[in-house]
Design a protein around this ligand. Structure first.
Ligand code: NAD
Length: 442
């Protein structure tokens, strides 16, 4: 293809007839559902992941994610529409690549953008005229233009002329029964009008509604507004829970009553802290970026400070509750229910329950946990295996701490067999009348 080749027409035609060779880099919670959705839309999709185990599983037609049933993967793999490789050199044979690699924090709470840099280096080494590059990983405003674009330029390509670059944030909510990759609107910010047009055409084959914005940095900011909004509102309601505790008021009663207002109030609920790969992390990408511009993002810092302190607050409630029973925390037997960061998932990344466990361990409690989705916590201090939840384990515990309200739990049974419960999720709300256990709520 020459420099004057009409890539726009070429790409739009290949999207329309589904002959575009689609790639997804990073086959995790975000990348795998996206790859499946593109394959379902009729494209031949190549997933690229550095993890050989995931690649092998996918090529066997297996799924390693609860939200992606093997039934949806196997027929696509068998039909040759979905395959996985470990070598980023596959980009040379692709027309589009969507980058879905992790964007965690360093120990210092600064962004760790190294996975995006590695992916961008890999793409640039094998990029060719006509390639479409979409960054999906959540990151600070400016990443697409500061990290992706210079590497493509250095490999002799010109965004807007012979490569087409966009940012499109992923909004997937694991275990959400209503909203999935296809029916959640997709925001797209193109680096050029053609990039926006082509990427919108590509994604509209797999996603019901496209929301175009002016540029990649705007799309990057949209995602951070969404997640900062959640982090700040959860921080607010967590602080209200602490305030209510001081005032001797029931925060859950107050939230339920406030939520009857039909306008101007959105219900958020308190808990043992923030968890998951997104809400505790993403706002800190924004505050880090703002620090580099000599601006302090105060709402983000304050919410982070309140939310990060919630596990300590929960441990205080446990110690007080045991104290009322005449027991010290040291040596008391604690059974924690739910260690994943939210109900009905197996993901323990950033889960506040782990921090509660760590703090209880530090203070000398004897620990056990149950979680129907998490069989063991091998990388955690202390290393623990899931205990069965039955009359024996409930009778063993001096205190049961509810940290994640999985729907598999029989709350009535728990409330009528435990001695003392610290309920951080108001999980026992419906059974309190029948509870024989003493219940302390957040
Ligand atoms: N999980 C969510 O619910 C969610 C929701 C919205 C946005 N996000 C964002 O999406 C991005 C991905 O998150 P995730 O939860 O899918 O992460 P994940 O850890 O589940 O998956 C990332 C995958 O990328 C692979 N990988 C890492 N470096 C690579 C490289 N250089 N080349 C190829 N593969 C590589 C890893 O092996 C892993 O399989 C993050 O920026 C995250 O913040 C996640």
């Amino acid at each position: 293809m020459s420099d004057r080749y009409d890539y726009r027409a070429y790409l739009l035609e290949r999207i329309a007839d589904r002959s575009l060779r689609v790639g997804v880099i990073g086959l995790g919670y975000v990348g795998l559902p996206l790859a499946v959705e593109f394959a379902r839309a009729g494209f031949t999709v190549t997933g690229i992941d550095v993890d050989p185990e995931k690649v092998a599983q996918l090529n066997r037609g297996e799924s390693y994610l609860p939200d992606v049933p093997a039934d949806s993967v196997r027929p696509l793999v068998e039909a040759g529409r979905l395959r996985a490789v470990t070598d980023v050199a596959a980009v040379a044979e692709l027309d589009s690549v969507s980058i879905c690699v992790p964007t965690p924090l360093r120990k210092s709470k600064d962004p760790n953008i190294s996975y995006v840099v590695d992916a961008a280096d890999g793409i640039a080494a094998h990029a060719h005229p006509g390639l479409v590059v979409v960054l999906e990983s959540t990151t600070y405003p400016g990443t697409t233009e500061e990290i992706i674009v210079p590497r493509l330029l250095a490999s002799g390509l010109t965004p807007g002329e012979d490569v087409f670059v966009a940012y499109s944030p992923e909004r997937i909510d694991p275990a959400n029964p209503t909203w999935n990759t296809r029916n959640t609107p997709k925001v797209i910010g193109g680096l050029s009008p053609v990039a926006l047009e082509v990427v919108s055409a590509l994604y509209s084959t797999a996603v019901d509604r496209i929301v175009p914005v002016s540029r990649p940095a705007a799309a990057e900011m949209v995602k951070l507004l969404e997640n900062t909004y959640r982090a700040v509102n959860i921080g607010l309601v967590n602080e209200i829970a602490i305030i209510c505790n001081h005032l001797g008021l029931d925060v859950w009663e107050i939230i339920e009553a406030a939520a009857t207002k039909p306008f101007g109030f959105m219900k958020f609920t308190p808990g043992p802290g923030l968890g998951g790969h997104c809400i505790p992390i993403d706002p800190l990408y924004l505050s880090w970026k703002m620090r580099s511009l000599d601006y302090e993002a105060r709402f983000i810092q304050l919410a982070d400070s309140i939310n990060s302190n919630m596990p300590r607050h929960v441990v205080g409630l446990v110690a007080d509750a045991l104290n009322q029973d005449g027991r010290p925390l040291r040596g008391s037997r604690i059974l924690m229910l739910g260690v994943s960061y939210k109900p009905n998932v197996c993901d323990v990344r950033e889960s506040p329950a782990l921090e509660v466990l760590r703090l209880l361990h530090e203070r000398g409690a004897v620990l056990a946990y149950n979680d129907p989705h998490v069989p063991e916590l091998p990388d955690h201090t202390p290393v623990l295996k899931c205990t069965s939840l039955d009359d024996t384990s409930l009778a063993w515990a001096d205190c049961v701490v509810i940290t994640t309200h999985h729907s598999a739990y029989d709350w009535e049974h728990i409330a009528s067999h435990a001695r003392l419960v610290v309920d951080t999720r108001n999980a026992l709300a419906g059974v309190n009348g029948k509870a024989t256990a003493k219940v302390v709520r957040l």
